[in-house]
Every structure is written in C-alpha cells, then in structure tokens.
Design a protein around this ligand. Structure first.
Ligand code: TXA
Ligand code: MG
Length: 335
C-alpha cells in the first residue's frame, strides 16, 4: 500500500515489518537494525542472498558514529561535505551492527540520505534503518513508489510516497580505511558523487589520502557481473549495425548464455526474439541517470521481445561511467 503517513511507517517498522522508503537515489526497503527478524525479512522479501551486505541509513553524523569504531579526519570531512547525500561510506563496524547486516564483514556501509521524507522517518524512528534498493535481487531498481508496489505485488508492504527520485541511480559506495596518518579510499560502486569531486575536496582541505584502484573481492561481495536486469533482455549495441543483423545476432547469442551467473538469473526468452524497443536516454548524463530505471521498466512493457541501447561516442566521462556500470550489468548481451 502506498501512503504518506510517516507515523504509520514508523509503527510498521517497530512491529518488525519492512517499509518502502523514498530516497534521492532510488527507493529503499527499510527495516530497523535493532530487530533481527526485520533484517532477515529484507533478505527474504528481496530474495537476496545473505552474502550481499546492507547499507545502514542515519539522520545525523552523531548517529553514524554509533555504527563505527572509526571516525577520523577524512571520514569527518567527507560526511560534512557530502551528507546528507548520495555517498555511502564503508567503515569499520561497531557492535551495534549485526553480522547479518554486513554479511559477516568487519565493515558497514553508512549513508545519510538527502530526502526530506527519509530524514523525517529516520528522525521519527530514531534507530538507524538498513535499506537496500527496493527491488527483487538482480532486477531493476525502483525510482518511484509505483515501481516498489509493482515489484512486491504479492507482499503487503507499506510504501512511503516521496515523488520520483531526483538522482535515479544508487549512491557512490566508498570504502574508507583511515589511520591517524593517512586514509585509503576505494570506489566500490560508482554513483552521482564522483571520485574527482572527492579528490578535489580532500585536497582543498589538505587531508592525506590515496585512492586505491584494486579492491579485494572479499571487501566487496555485492559487486556482481549482473544486476538491475529488466524483465526482457537488454542488449547494448556498440557498433553500427542494421536492425535485421541485430535480431539475428541476438537470437544466436541469447541461446548460448548461462541460466544463472553468481546467483543472478539471466534474462533470456525461451523461443527466440523478433522485435525490439529502443531505450533512449538524454545526452545529459545527470538527466540520463534520473531517467534510466524508469525508462528501462517502461520500454520493457511495450510488448516487444528485447530492448536495445545504442552506445555512442558521446557516452564518455566519469558521469557516464556510473550509468554504464548499471547498463552493462543490466544487459544480457553486449554486441
Ligand atoms: O542509493 C543507495 O545506496 C540505495 C538507497 C536505498 O540508499 N541503496 C542501495 O542498497 O543501493 P543496495 O543494497 O541495493 O546496494 C548496496 C551496495 C551493495 O552492492 C553492497 O554489496 C554494498 O553496497 N555494500 C554494503 N555494505 C557493504 C560493506 N560493508 N562492504 C562492502 N560493500 C558493501
Ligand atoms: Mg540494489
């Protein structure tokens, strides 16, 4: 059920229910971190494997500090500059955070969302809320309350209404390992906040840090090859090809795909494909990010067999690379 009553949402959360929560990036499926059954309900509702850790949402830096044993100068500066906002910092976890939330890792992802309804809910509950994106595991993320409702039709979930998400792709996930002399940073998931913006700010503040590009797979278990998949196959077309040729190649190659990769079911029709819809995005990457998931869902409903996205030379730069991180994972094929 979609509603706008924060009190009802808070009551449901207190009863151990999961609740749909708007944020500026995508909608989340929230539960209180102090109710273990509610946290388990997130995994069950999303059909998410327990190896993929959850992000914890807070309303203040004071509340964030209760979740971590590490709050050095770099962490503090990043929180001051980018919170509330689409930056998740992965920090050493405190004992307030259960192993189920972090999938057994010694770190926890923390973020303060910049959405008035999310902040109001967080303040009302006054307990941090774990919230992954409110979609079934491996599927397209939701950017409207309606999307969440469609995703969880069979479940009776209260979804807080909060208009369409302004940013449209998930937060930047930044691993922060700080000691008194230095901070090692790694981008685990690209997002609206760019590495160049983080660098620029920390340099301005004259803080010591270095960006590491190689990340141990164990530190980022949710980094999978496929994710965000629409209900029909998405095909990214890299080079100039005629439509009949695209259909022919897709028919050939879809049959060769595995059924499942890293627990994510690959979207592929059983009986061949004939026609496709085109996914068109704005040439401005900020607008394209906002449109991405909503359009991926709507073109999948146009009645064709698959979706084509044409990659072109203008899709360059840091902002587009966050969008292509999503598109490449959502695609069944790249040709
Ligand atoms: O914008 C967002 O971040 C949205 C909204 C709802 O806040 N949330 C979101 O959550 O995208 P989710 O669960 O769909 O994606 C979180 C990502 C996953 O890839 C997960 O593996 C990673 O963050 N993550 C969470 N905690 C982590 C940790 N302790 N170490 C490494 N990666 C972590
Ligand atoms: Mg997600």
């Amino acid at each position: 059920m979609i509603g706008s009553n924060v009190e009802i949402a808070a009551q449901k959360l207190a009863q151990g229910e999961v609740v749909g929560m708007p944020t500026e990036t995508v909608y989340g499926l929230a539960a209180r971190i102090d109710i273990p059954e509610a946290i388990e309900k997130i995994f069950k509702t999303k059909e998410r494997p327990f190896f993929d850790p959850l992000i914890v949402h807070v309303h203040s830096t004071e509340q964030a500090q209760t979740l971590t044993t590490m709050w050095g100068d770099v962490t503090k500066a990043l929180a001051k500059k980018f919170w509330p906002g689409p930056l998740t910092m992965v920090l050493a976890k405190s004992d307030k955070v259960s192993d189920v939330i972090t999938s057994g890792l010694a770190s926890v992802g923390v973020r303060m969302p910049a959405h008035p309804v999310a902040l109001e809910l967080l303040r009302t509950v006054n307990i941090p809320l774990a919230a992954p994106s409110a979609n079934k595991f491996g599927k397209t993320s939701p950017t409207s309350a309606k999307h969440v409702q469609t995703e969880f039709q069979k479940e009776d979930i209260y979804i807080l209404e909060g208009a369409d998400c302004e940013i449209g792709i998930e937060s930047t996930v930044l691993l922060v390992k700080e000691n008194p002399h230095n901070a090692e940073l790694s981008i685990l998931r690209a997002g609206h906040i760019l590495q160049s913006e983080i660098e620029e700010y920390l340099e301005l503040e004259e803080l010591h840090f270095e960006f590491l590009t190689k990340v141990d797979k164990k530190e980022s278990p949710g980094h999978l090859k496929h994710h965000y998949m629409p209900d029909i196959p998405l095909v990214i077309v890299n080079s100039c090809r005629e439509e009949p040729e695209i259909v022919e190649i897709v028919n050939q190659r879809l049959q060769e795909l595995p059924d499942v990769v890293e627990d994510v079911k690959i979207v592929k029709p059983q009986n061949g494909v004939k026609t496709f819809s085109e996914l068109r995005l704005s040439s401005d990457p900020v607008v394209a990010a906002r449109e991405l998931y909503g359009k991926m869902r709507s073109v999948a409903e146009e009645g064709h067999d698959f979706i084509v996205f044409y990659k072109n030379d203008l899709h360059q730069g840091e902002r587009w690379s966050a969008i292509f991180d999503r598109l490449n994972k959502a695609a069944s094929l790249i040709i």
